[in-house]
Design a protein around this ligand. Sequence first.
Ligand SMILES: Nc1nc2c(ncn2[C@@H]2O[C@H](COP(=O)(O)OP(=O)(O)OP(=O)(O)O)[C@@H](O)[C@H]2O)c(=O)[nH]1
Ligand SMILES: [Mg+2]
Length: 320
Amino acid sequence: MARRDVDVPTLVEAARGGSPRAVARLVSLVEDASPKLREIMVALAPHAGRAHVLGITGSPGVGKSTSTNALVRAFRAQGKRVGVLAVDPSSPFSGGALLGDRVRMQDHALDPEVYIRSMASRGHLGGLSWSTPQAIRVLDAAGCDVILVETVGVGQSEVEIVGLADTTIVLLAPGMGDGIQAAKAGILEIGDVFVVNKADRDGADATVRDIRHMISLGDRTEPGLWRPPVIKTVASADTGVDEVVEGIDKHVAWMEAHGELQRRRNKRAADEIEAIVLAQLRARMGDLRGSHGIDELAARVVAGESDPYTAADKVLGDIA
Ligand SMILES: Nc1nc2c(ncn2[C@@H]2O[C@H](COP(=O)(O)OP(=O)(O)OP(=O)(O)O)[C@@H](O)[C@H]2O)c(=O)[nH]1
Ligand SMILES: [Mg+2]
């Protein structure tokens, strides 16, 4: 299909019907910020909002992809349709549907009920791509019951995943993340479910105790608040994965009982709107700069005839 021949309604219909090619095409259009993006989002809107979005974050090599693979297997056993987005903050390339994570999640490569996709997060230093929420919407509208978003915990991305996910799983490994380190990294606040993976290694129990202790020192112990479970797994041997699924289910039930799911989703939508507004303002600023206003205002500021705030107010008035 040639790029300019995209027929959005047909594509969306095919994606909803379960066509992996249509899903892949839509995610690519999102990633490439296609001129069809608006039309795509309008077409998807009535069909999105059903999927449970699960964020998985943790240090490099802690076992996120292996755990994702194991979780996909568990959800498939429940008959669920599953989407996976592996967001690579270090990659300057858009992922396509192939290579890296495809290989690591090979178990599901041929399963038509599993969509796996790598995404780069270009244009968004160190963090999650702005296009990730829109890719989530594509998978959601395509009928995924669960969408797993894997992101390497570096800098902002752990925090950003909180904004994206309904439930955030923080993965640790023995010796990699003792409680104090975790507290310092600010991950104690973001996890809804903590998993100590590589429990076949020494020190797993100590790490579990440590994390539990640090959580108990925090402000999450008040009655009515969610108490994140700390679960041991050996993802590479599928051990403990059912307990993780159970922890996730309990978290969803708790959120539903407390209006938290709606609150998180509303916040996610507000963040998305804000990102789009800011991007459009920035785009209009660019236009403005070339043609009218700013150069003259700048000269006046330099000459002391105006100040930057007054000048900025003029520009904002112009843009609005
Ligand atoms: N011993 C042991 N090894 C594991 C376990 N889970 C994963 N591994 C191994 O740890 C290595 C890294 O696993 P990945 O799943 O690729 O880790 P990741 O967090 O996705 O890594 P990045 O995406 O590169 O940050 C692989 O060699 C896995 O086989 C486990 O429970 N025990
Ligand atoms: Mg990985």
